[in-house]
Every structure is written in structure tokens, then in C-alpha cells.
Design a binder for this molecule. Structure first.
Ligand SMILES: Nc1ncnc2c1ncn2[C@@H]1O[C@H](COP(=O)(O)OP(=O)(O)OP(=O)(O)O)[C@@H](O)[C@H]1O
Ligand SMILES: [Mg+2]
Ligand SMILES: [Zn+2]
Length: 333
């Protein structure tokens, strides 16, 4: 089975100009829509969505022609305005790409081939979790995967100004930024102090916990690590998108059944040269964004060797209003 590592074949190009027409290319289940979700909704033209718009059924293959025509019409209107546009479809067929490239050329907008190519077995396994209407048959996934690999060396000649690999592109920040803005708008809340009562919210398990704390946008990127001892036996998971990664530990309290929270693996707050794990409490996607984009050290960050910065008086004078139980239980040292 061909799971060639495509990105070793040429120097890495990570350029995505703005504006450009970004054509996602990859088999069903490779993660295209997950990557597309890192751009604002209005910039993403998803073929499934257009199928649903013309037929009320995102999986209706008979509606593909009408859906593609509607997608082309919106694409042209956007490119005429020089708007950043991402086309979320498999785009594994040369004729389909040719139509997209023609539209980009007609409007003088550069086209980017954005390859999303997970191993074929992973793409096939992901179909099992989908509804029958959404699941793509194995032979079709295999063909799309093979077509992606076969297309890769010719994409520049086809007319793409840039050929980029999802695995080299940093787009976790825009995803977190959008999710954070959504949370703030939904909750009318600054996201800094945690949701009142969150750590007492009952015994929510697994992915429900992740979604509750960080939101649905983060959920597709989440994986629990099996048998990790990184957090003293507490469950460890990670948020991963291409080269970006954030590692978190799920803390539960032995005294307060049902209390839980996440700590983020960060650098030591005491000694720059220290390589021991340090943990900072994170209460929301807003905290993840802050940790990912700024060097600000959360005052409750604790290094497993050095402990935390001196917090004398913090408990009386701090701005936390939820009481101590809202803080992440400290790692067991
Ligand atoms: N970076 C990632 N890390 C882990 N899992 C991922 C990642 N990207 C996608 N997935 C998982 O793969 C599954 C399929 O992803 P997605 O729906 O984005 O694929 P797709 O390429 O859009 O498929 P289709 O062509 O059928 O629409 C999702 O359920 C998601 O949880
Ligand atoms: Mg999709
Ligand atoms: Zn340290």
C-alpha cells in the first residue's frame, strides 16, 4: 500500500498568498474539512455544503453537477472581488482542478494546491465512524488516495503557483483565534477566570469533557495518549494540527468527586534552562490561544522540579472569584 511521504520529494513551500485560491486536495477522510475550519466560514466553499444547498442532502452524488456549478458561481464572484477562497472538495481529478485553475487565472489570483494526505488506512478507518450517507466506499478512498499521490509531481505544471503540504503549515493559531472569539461572543465572557462551577460539573467523560472545556472546533484535533506517564498517571491528551502541538493533562480531584480541569504542558516558569515538565491551568480555548501566541506565564504555573513562582498573598489578593476548587489540582510530584 502506497503511503509515500510526499513532502520529502521537493523543497518545502509554505507560501499561501492573500488573496489566493486554495484548492484542498486529498482523499475522503484525510482531514480537508478540519483544515478548512481554520479559515473563516465565508472563505470556505465546501462541495458537500453545496450538495446540501441544492438537494438537502450533503451526500447526494446525483446533485454533484449542480453543486459544482453553484460552487463555481460563488467562486467566480469571490475571485472577482479578490477574496481569499478555499475550495474544500477532494479535487483529486485533474479536470476538476483545471476548472478551478481557470477561474483563478481569469481573475489574476494565484492558486495554491494544499495537499492533505493522511495514510490510506487512516482515511478508510475514518469512514467507519460516519453515517452510511456520508461514508465513502473503501475502493473510492483508495483511488482518491492513489490519484493524490499521482497528481503531486504535476501540480506546478498544471498551473498551481504553490504546492504546500498540510503537515508543514501552521494554522492552529487561526483556529484557536476563531474558536476563542466564538466562545467570548456566546458567553459574553472574557475567558480568563474559568467557567463558574466548571470543575464541579459532574463526571463528564472523555471527549465530552474536551468539547465542554475547549469547544467543538478543537475536538477533531484532540487525541488521548495511551498510557502516558508524563502527568504522574493522569490522563494525557494532545491537540495536534500539522506541526503545531499542545499537550494537556486531565486533572481530577480525589477529594471533590466530579471536579476536573486541564493543565497545559509549558516551559518552566522559574529557570529558562530547565527541561522538566511544567503545567499551567487552562480553562478555555481562550487560555489555549493565549498560551499558544504569547509568552505570558500563568501565575499558577508549576514546574515539576522547581515548583511555581512565589505566590505569597496570592490567595487573598488574587482576582480569582471562584474559590480554590476552580484551580487545577496541582500535579502529583
Ligand atoms: N489534524 C487532525 N488530527 C487528528 N484527527 C484529524 C485531523 N484532521 C482530521 N481528523 C479527523 O479525521 C476525520 C475526517 O476529517 P475531515 O472530515 O476533515 O476529512 P475530509 O478530508 O474533509 O473528508 P471528506 O472528503 O469525506 O469530506 C475527522 O473526524 C477528524 O476527527
Ligand atoms: Mg470534508
Ligand atoms: Zn523547572
Amino acid at each position: 500500500m502506497n503511503t509515500v511521504c510526499l513532502d520529502r520529494a521537493l523543497p518545502v513551500d509554505t507560501t499561501i498568498p492573500d488573496p489566493s485560491l486554495v484548492c484542498l486536495i486529498g482523499p475522503a477522510g484525510s482531514g480537508k474539512s478540519t483544515w478548512a475550519s481554520t479559515w473563516p466560514d465565508t472563505q470556505v466553499l465546501e462541495l458537500d455544503r453545496f450538495r446540501a444547498l441544492v438537494s438537502d442532502d450533503a451526500g447526494c452524488q446525483e446533485a454533484t453537477g449542480d453543486a459544482a456549478a453553484a460552487l463555481q458561481a460563488v467562486l467566480k464572484a469571490r475571485l472577482a472581488r479578490r477574496k481569499m477562497t478555499i475550495v474544500d472538495a477532494t479535487n483529486t481529478e485533474k479536470a476538476v482542478r483545471a476548472d478551478l485553475l481557470q477561474a483563478a487565472r481569469d481573475h489574476g489570483v494565484p492558486a495554491v494546491a494544499f495537499l492533505v494526505c493522511a495514510p490510506v488506512d487512516v482515511c478508510i478507518a475514518r469512514q467507519a465512524g460516519r453515517s452510511p450517507a456520508r461514508a465513502v466506499p473503501e475502493d473510492v478512498v483508495r483511488r482518491q488516495h492513489a490519484d493524490t499521490i499521482a497528481a503531486f509531481p504535476h501540480l506546478r505544471d498544471e498551473g498551481f503557483a504553490h504546492v504546500v503540504f498540510a503537515d508543514t503549515i501552521h494554522r492552529l493559531e487561526p483556529l484557536l483565534r476563531r474558536a476563542s472569539a466564538t466562545r467570548r461572543a456566546e458567553l459574553g465572557w472574557n475567558g480568563g477566570g474559568g467557567l463558574p462551577g466548571l470543575r464541579r460539573a459532574g463526571c463528564l467523560l472523555g471527549l465530552l469533557t474536551v468539547r465542554r472545556v475547549f469547544g467543538s472546533e478543537v475536538l477533531p484535533l484532540w487525541r488521548w495518549r495511551a498510557d502516558s506517564q508524563l502527568a504522574g498517571g493522569d490522563r494525557v491528551g494532545e491537540i495536534r494540527l500539522g506541526p503545531d502541538r499542545m499537550v494537556l493533562a486531565l486533572r481530577t480531584s480525589s477529594e471533590d468527586v466530579g471536579a476536573f480541569g486541564f493543565d497545559l504542558l509549558v516551559g518552566c516558569p522559574v529557570d529558562d534552562g530547565c527541561v522538566a515538565p511544567a503545567w499551567a491551568p487552562v480553562f478555555s480555548v481562550c487560555d489555549l490561544l493565549a498560551a499558544h501566541t504569547t509568552a505570558i506565564v500563568h501565575p499558577d504555573t508549576v514546574c515539576t522540579v522547581h515548583g511555581g513562582p512565589d505566590r505569597t498573598g496570592c490567595d487573598q489578593g488574587g482576582d480569582h472569584t471562584d474559590g480554590d476548587e476552580t484551580h487545577a489540582p496541582r500535579p502529583r510530584l
